[in-house]
Design a protein around this ligand. Structure first.
Ligand code: DC
Length: 225
């Protein structure tokens, strides 16, 4: 395999992107970058500074002050803003909804586009997000789009959240439906598979099965290159 590829994995919330992206990065000895965490980090900062999600001037000034970076630990990767570990704070239902709202703002997308491309300058990485293959890395070496029916994704997310909050399955499903709608219908970089993405229905596989399928696709592309 060509030593340093940029691999993108896009898809809606709960499609299994995080588990699979981490495992794929590990199998390949690549870095794993969770770009949704960056939108969550900006959303948390905006909430803490009492900035409305449509106040573009204040959001632009806020973005300029952010120092978002990932720190590796035994369990994976944690997001820091400056010296503060914000990983747990960004994983709440409230921040999920705020991240979806803030991700529709052009000032925020512009700022994070640069941040993400900086991460990509050093190749050998798996990028997980919504517009990795369509906008951020249109020339990525391999693009995947992971999908699953809403009911399956909501059940997965409900299980994940169970030890952190008491949101009901119906609440998780409703939030997810709204977030899907926001992410798919926004004007800027809406969630959709890139024309050259390999679409994988994750409900048909185990997470390990998805990773194996991805490794096979990578091998096939590598043989052709
Ligand atoms: O992947 P996630 O659930 O952590 O993402 C949170 C929100 O961030 C999601 O609802 C949409 C937005 N997002 C985006 O617009 N573009 C990305 N590349 C990643 C996330």
């Amino acid at each position: 395999m060509k030593p340093k590829w940029v691999i993108t994995i896009d898809g809606p919330a709960g499609a299994g992107k995080t588990t699979v992206s981490r495992a794929l990065a590990e199998r390949l000895g690549y870095r794993y970058i969770d770009t949704g965490a960056l939108y969550r980090g900006v959303a948390l900062a905006a909430r803490n500074a009492n900035i409305a999600m449509d106040d573009d001037a204040a959001l632009a000034a806020l973005c300029a002050r952010q120092e978002l970076r990932f720190m590796r630990d035994d369990a994976g990767c944690r997001l820091y803003n400056g010296d503060e570990d914000i990983e747990d704070k960004i994983r709440t239902p409230e921040i999920s909804m705020l991240a979806s709202a803030i991700s529709a703002r052009a000032v925020v997308r512009r700022y994070l586009l640069e941040v993400q491309r900086r991460f990509g300058r050093e190749k050998g990485a798996v990028f997980e997000g919504r517009d990795m293959g369509t906008v951020v890395f249109p020339d990525a070496d391999v693009k995947f789009f992971l999908d699953a029916p809403l009911s399956v994704r909501a059940r997965r997310r409900h299980l994940e959240l169970a030890d952190r909050c008491d949101q009901t399955l119906e609440g998780v499903l409703k939030d997810m439906q709204l977030r899907d709608h926001n992410d798919q219908t926004r004007e800027l970089a809406p969630l959709k598979p890139a024309a050259d993405a390999i679409v994988i229905p994750s409900e048909r596989y185990t997470p390990e099965g998805v990773v194996e399928r991805m490794l096979q696709e990578i091998e096939t592309l590598d043989d052709r290159s």
